[in-house]
Design a protein around this ligand. Sequence first.
Ligand code: TZP
Ligand code: MG
Length: 218
Amino acid sequence: MIRRDPVTLKKVLKVYFICGTPNVSRPLTEILEEAVQGGATIFQFREKGEKALTGEKKKEQAAKLQAICHEKGIPFIINDDVELAVELNADGVHVGQDDTSAREVRAKIGPDKILGVSAHSLTEAVQAEKDGADYIGVGPVFATSSKDDAEEVCGPERISEFREEGLTLPIVAIGGITFENTPAVIRAGADGISVISAIASSASPADAANKLYRKASS
Ligand code: TZP
Ligand code: MG
């Protein structure tokens, strides 16, 4: 079980591709296949915004993406929608500070699933760990146009601060991550990078994922 083995979990979090249908201009299933082929190590279905799918259509899309993840051997995580995650038996859930509380999500998904929580301060990070989080997402590290209600940019320094304060929980950096700035966030203490546009908006999601993987691993 991945979540009980921090060494494996940290490897799995290396290139965390996050995406929903509003983020892409061709089928997300194709983009996910290419991203995984290139080196994405975990995927989060984040279906948000005006044009987001809902209800049965969302569930059908999620099931297709889950099947790709299973076939390729990477975890399939669902953003926010705990009910859908339970129904589909997803590998995990990611929630923010304004969503269902981490404690409640853990109770709903059980002890074997991966739980990720977005944290902007050390207090939130420590609380998330107590509530059963397996990793935290820290960001936006850099400016992003993929999240309307993003908090203030925190820079890689926020990650270094968490490490200096003794936080050992796996960390993924999020927000405006590119090939160029990946080494800085890894040096600051992140175990992996999570991206939407660096992969979803690339002419070649496979090449982008591959380059991000190499940058995050060196
Ligand atoms: N949370 C903080 S920033 C962000 C989320 C979901 C969006 C990241 O997208 P991008 O395109 O990689 O900046
Ligand atoms: Mg959320």
